[in-house]
Design a protein around this ligand. Structure first.
Ligand code: BEZ
Ligand code: FE
Length: 301
């Protein structure tokens, strides 16, 4: 029998869990209990507040469905997804490459294949832009035939799943770089958008007086044998929310601006973006990244 006070309880729980056979699980659960208890002590959590927290997490779970992952959205707006990705990026690769960004919930497998120079806009209308560049390794050597998946909102700020029937794939495509890793494709200038705000995470964001917007961006996933998958995004400098992304996906090195003055632009006369991507050789045995589950597809929020 133990008479546990507000401090002893932490050690008592850790002692009971000490026989966990999986050492990594033991390490994670011990740290989780220590930090959770320290948090409750720091804010002097009351039973009412504890119950509100439980009700919130229950609502987050209830908002999840095969096409909506409210827990990942919660992780995103709390900066946890960014933190986990940044830590992952610093391990298991031989050299730093292009900075990564969140995959987000709108990635879809098997996007329509487009030829080099083709467009990912079919039905959508808006100002056209061209994105071009080269995919290289850390030494600057082109990665031949790297595969690029690209997806984005249309000029109204909607992903295909929000604007069309789910059978329609629009504003997304897959292309293969040439022998030297060079690529170019045509698209429309995307518009920023709000994360899904109709669930408990949106309610929390509103109560925090946050705007809930992501700045306009183009998602990019590049894969090539022997290299770590590069999940990143290019963010438009002229979007009002570029400095206050609600899910913390923006890095300075990923901020771009289209221009009509690029001497090597492959399609003169159309505002263009040149961006060269650097891939890192993968030295680890694997491990995914936050949000890499395609079942995160989220309908219009
Ligand atoms: C997105 O970029 O599509 C996204 C990322 C995180 C949460 C919601 C949307
Ligand atoms: Fe996005």
């Amino acid at each position: 029998m133990q008479d546990l006070d507000a401090n002893d309880i932490t050690d008592a729980v850790i002692e009971q869990m000490a026989s966990t056979p999986d050492p990594r699980m033991r390490e994670i659960m011990e740290a989780a209990v220590r930090h959770l208890h320290a948090f409750a002590r720091e804010v002097k959590l009351t039973p009412d507040e504890w119950l509100k927290g439980i009700a919130f997490l229950t609502a987050v779970g209830q908002a999840c469905s095969p096409i909506r992952q409210e827990f990942i959205l919660l992780s995103d707006v709390l900066g946890l997804s960014r933190l986990v990705n940044v830590m992952h990026d610093a391990t298991g690769r031989e050299a730093a490459g292009t900075e990564t960004s969140l995959l987000g919930p709108f990635f879809r497998e098997q996007a329509p294949k487009i030829e080099l120079g083709g467009s990912i806009a079919h039905a959508s209308k808006g100002p056209e832009i061209v994105v071009y560049g080269q995919v290289t390794d850390a030494e600057g050597k082109g990665v031949p035939h790297a595969t690029i998946d690209v997806w984005q909102t249309d000029a109204e700020g909607l992903y295909d799943l929000q604007a069309h029937d789910p059978s329609v794939m629009e504003m997304r495509g897959q292309l293969r770089c040439d022998e030297q890793g060079r690529f170019h494709f045509r698209t429309l200038k995307p518009l920023g958008y709000s994360i899904p705000m109709d669930g408990p995470v949106g309610a929390m964001v509103r109560r925090q007086n946050r705007h809930g917007f992501r700045p306009a961006h183009i998602h990019i996933l590049i894969t090539a044998p022997g290299f770590r998958d590069l999940v990143t995004a290019l963010y438009f400098a002229d979007d009002a929310h570029v400095d206050s992304d609600t899910v913390f996906g923006v890095s300075t090195s990923l901020v771009i601006r289209e221009s009509l003055d690029l001497p090597d632009a492959p399609v003169p006369g159309i505002p263009s973006i040149r961006y060269d991507f650097t891939m890192s050789r993968d030295t680890s045995s694997g491990g995914g990244r936050v949000g890499s589950d395609p079942s995160r597809l989220v309908p219009a929020g």
